[in-house]
Each structure stands twice: as C-alpha cells, then as structure tokens.
Design a binder for this molecule. Structure first.
Ligand code: CP
Ligand code: NVA
Length: 339
C-alpha cells in the first residue's frame, strides 16, 4: 500500500512533520534520479489538470515537466480558457474535472476554492499557491536548505518583508513544524495574523523551533542561517505601492542587512519572481517613480555567491514531482514509516 495514496496537498498542515520530511527526502531522491537518467514513471497513463487563475512561470513549468517525467499527461487550463468562476461554480467544475482527470493542480486567489475542488473532485488536488499558502514551494525550499546545510532542525531562517502574505504564512508554519527557528521581520501592520501564529506556536511547542516576530529588522536577522524575502506586493493585491515601499524599505535585503546576521555562511533565498533591478516593466516604473532603491532585495545581494534563488526555482520541479508521485503513484510507502 501507499501511505499517501489519494491525499490532497492543500496546505502544509494537511501533512504531519514526518510526512513533510518524507516528501523533502523523496524530492531529493527524485532529483538525483533525473541527474542519473534513471526513469521514474510512477504516473504512467495518468491525466493531470493544471488550473491557473493567476500567472506563473515556475509552478506551471514544474508541474508540466514533472508530469511528463512521471509518464502523465498535463493539460493547462488557464483563467480565460475554462468556465470556472464566471459561468460555472467551483463545485461543478471539481465534479467534471474529477470525472476525467486523475489529479488537479490549482493556483489562484481563495484557499476555499482549492479546498472545494478537493471535496468535489474525488481526486488528489495540489495547491500551486493561494492568497493564504504556497505549500509546494515549501518542499522545494526546505529541500534547498537541507541540501545546503545537511540538516534542518536547529537552523535559523529569517523572513523579512510582507509578513502577511502566502510565503510568510507558509515559511512560519513549515519552519515551526520542522524545528527550524523562524524570525519574521515586518512592520506591525504587516506581521502574520494571530491565527497563523497560533498554528506555528502549537507546532513549535513540540519541535523546539524558536519563533520571533519583530518590527526591528536588525533583531530579526541576527543569527540567521538563511535570509528570505518575497515581493512587497503580491499577485492580485490592491495596495498603494508608494506606501508599501516606504513601510518595507527598512526590511530590504541589502549588504548592511546581510552583515547584520553576524554570520558568514548565511544564504539568501527568494521564491521568485523577484524585483531587484530595472529590467522588468514594473521595476523600471518604480525606479522612475520613487527614490531608489525601491526593491525587496538589492542587485548585488541577489547576484551574490550566497544567493540560492535559482536552486530553489530548480527544486520546484522535483518537489512537485515528489508530491504528485506520492499521492497518485503506484508506490510502496508503508504506514509504519509514520507510526
Ligand atoms: N515561486 C513561484 O511560485 O513562481 P511562479 O509564480 O513563477 O510559479
Ligand atoms: N507572494 C507572492 C509569491 C509568488 C510566488 C505572490 O503571491 O505574488
């Protein structure tokens, strides 16, 4: 039998810390198999739907390539391609897709949508990012941390920036689950919601993870093994960019903030896409509009040896492959591993 068979991955806490650890290790294993050209067709003949209400480079590519490598057929169903949300309810869409597809990825706004798809489709549903959580990113990021440091428990991860977005939520809870100390540096009104902090604290009581949430960037970064940030305005967020930049500039990852860790081997992380220069349309616009530097990470730090951001991006593929294979594949993963 397979312990994960038929399960959805809607948020990190759908799995136990031991199960998340298994998926991280499985992802590292699948990454090695691909490097060695060893086939791993765990999803031979399966059909996978890829639903996207928001845009994506990494998640869409990772699901597509992972599905192909596993022997499955992915089908992209974008915001403007299907009836979802405008002409048809989420529940009806779930029933229809579940009658044809063996598994469904969903990226979009409401967490409730991905939860409803899981309830109505009867097949595994994987959350490719909602406003609340980004769980497949966590498997890739903790894979990256484990590959770099050799272990997870006892590391200190500092996230600075928008502390209320999907990435902050996911990093806070996943760190607490896996025994990684988690520091969040953000202004008061951009700190994580009480409900998310409570989830994290409950896990931390068992894992031994230290949680620090502070409006002082210097205090947040002290002792960090990894410094993490994300865009200051997330997809679909309607806020005044100028005010957001003003509030978050003290939390920008620049050479000074990196020096503030007091460590030499600190790695720099970002889920991407990142704003760090003027090459993008938005970057150019913000550059003209505001006194620079107006981005969440400076160019020098983003391009430094310490940055592992493209390794994180590459790890999305084997991470998603592990999640799909475990929940949908013909594998032997005994329950006794998690007893
Ligand atoms: N990190 C991430 O989810 O990237 P995309 O938005 O490009 O999928
Ligand atoms: N917080 C970002 C993450 C992108 C991967 C967003 O939701 O836009």
């Amino acid at each position: 039998n397979n312990h994960f068979a038929g399960q959805s991955f809607l948020k990190e806490i759908d799995f136990t810390p031991a199960e998340l650890t298994y998926l991280i290790d499985f992802a590292l294993h699948l990454k090695a198999l691909k490097v060695q050209h060893i086939p791993h067709p765990y999803l031979q003949g399966k059909n996978i739907a890829l639903l996207f209400e928001k845009t994506s480079t990494r998640t869409r590519s990772a699901f597509t390539v992972a599905a192909n490598d596993l022997g499955a057929h992915p089908e992209f169903l974008g915001q403007n391609d299907i009836q979802l949300g405008r002409k048809e309810s989420v529940g009806d869409t779930g029933k229809v897709l579940g009658s044809m597809f063996d598994g469904i990825e969903f990226r979009g706004f409401d967490q409730a949508t991905v939860e409803t798809l899981a309830q109505t489709s009867g097949v595994p549903v994987w959350n490719g990012l909602t406003d609340d959580w980004h769980p497949t990113q966590m498997i890739a990021d903790f894979m990256t941390l484990k590959a770099h440091f050799g272990h997870l428990a006892g590391l200190t991860l500092t996230y600075v920036g928008d502390g209320r977005n999907n990435m902050a939520n996911s990093l806070l809870v996943t760190s607490a689950m896996l025994g990684v100390n988690i520091h969040i540096g953000a202004p008061k009104d951009l700190q994580p919601a009480d409900a998310v902090v409570k989830i994290a604290k409950d896990y931390a009581a068992t894992s031994g993870s230290d949680i620090l949430i502070t409006a002082d960037p210097k205090q947040a970064v002290a002792g960090a093994d990894a410094l993490y940030t994300d865009v200051w305005v997330s997809m679909g967020e309607q806020v005044d960019y100028g005010n957001r930049i003003k509030a978050l500039l003290p939390f920008q990852i620049n050479a000074d903030l990196v020096a503030g860790t007091g460590k030499t081997g600190t790695i720099i992380m970002h889920c991407l896409p990142a704003l760090h220069d003027h090459q993008t349309e938005l970057g150019a616009k913000l550059g003209t509009q505001f006194a620079l530097p107006a981005f969440e990470v400076t160019d020098d730090v983003f391009n430094s040896e310490q940055a592992v951001v493209f390794e994180e991006a590459a790890n999305r593929m084997p991470a998603i492959k592990a999640i799909m294979a475990a929940t949908l594949g013909e594998l032997f993963i005994p329950d006794s591993l998690f007893a």
